[in-house]
Design a protein around this ligand. Structure first.
Ligand code: TYD
Length: 207
């Protein structure tokens, strides 16, 4: 079993890729658990509302950072660790790197502080692999504008904010290339799935 976390700007196609991989796992008779942050647990779903609703009081950046960590601590202990203990693969739509990209890159909280908070809430658990679906900010904004649902707090942020988030992700990936796979999100979901499967096979995690 392995723990994979999918990261990227909104609209980068994480959920489609996760569903595609899930189908591949089912076809191989392998058990996997799909989850997400924020919102992988009932408590996390309540936190998600606090974080994303536009008509509620907006958390200040440090409150926001802590709410993501509360969601993460609950997620790790209630969902991820139990699934790994049962030898299941875990596919998580976002994990600790989202806090480094959005709260450090986007909100400009120091990396040192977010690293410390991530360690606190995860108890040191890290994904075996992060998959970054890299997308230009223009394309991300274009895809979000085409969605039927109302834009959340992050989707209303400036282009500059999203550009800092993207660059923070690319920096994380280049600093730790063995833990990151970068996919180009302007490719089709089939092409990305093909590359991801080839990468997992190359690592001998999948036959
Ligand atoms: P997500 O569920 O990916 O949004 P959507 O359902 O619109 O695709 O994530 C919600 C937002 O939360 C996203 O804009 C990124 C942000 N986020 C952080 O800022 N920090 C974090 O640690 C996490 C997990 C998410």
């Amino acid at each position: 079993m392995r723990f994979l976390a999918f990261e990227g700007l909104d609209g980068s196609g994480k959920s489609t890729l996760i569903n595609g991989l899930d189908q591949e796992f089912s076809a191989r008779g392998m058990g996997c658990v799909i989850s997400r942050e924020p919102g992988g647990t009932p408590l996390g779903n309540a936190v998600r509302d606090l974080l994303l609703k536009v008509d509620a009081e907006h958390p200040v950046p440090r409150a926001e950072a802590l709410l993501y960590q509360a969601d993460r601590a609950q997620h790790v202990e209630k969902v991820i660790r139990p699934a790994l203990a049962q030898k299941k693969w875990v596919l998580s739509d976002r994990f600790a790197a989202s806090s480094l990209a959005f709260q450090t890159g986007g909100r400009l909280i120091s990396q040192e502080e977010i690293l410390w908070l991530n360690r606190f809430s995860t108890g040191g658990l890290e994904p075996d692999l992060y998959i970054l679906l890299d997308l230009s900010v223009e394309e991300s904004l274009r895809r979000m504008a085409g969605r039927p649902q109302e834009a959340d707090r992050f989707e209303r942020e400036s282009k500059d904010f999203h550009e800092r988030v993207r660059q923070a992700y690319l920096r994380l990936a280049s600093q730790d290339p063995s833990r990151w796979l970068v996919l180009n999100s302007s490719e089709t979901s089939e092409q990305m799935l093909h590359k991801l499967l080839a990468h997992l096979q190359g690592l001998r995690w999948l036959v």
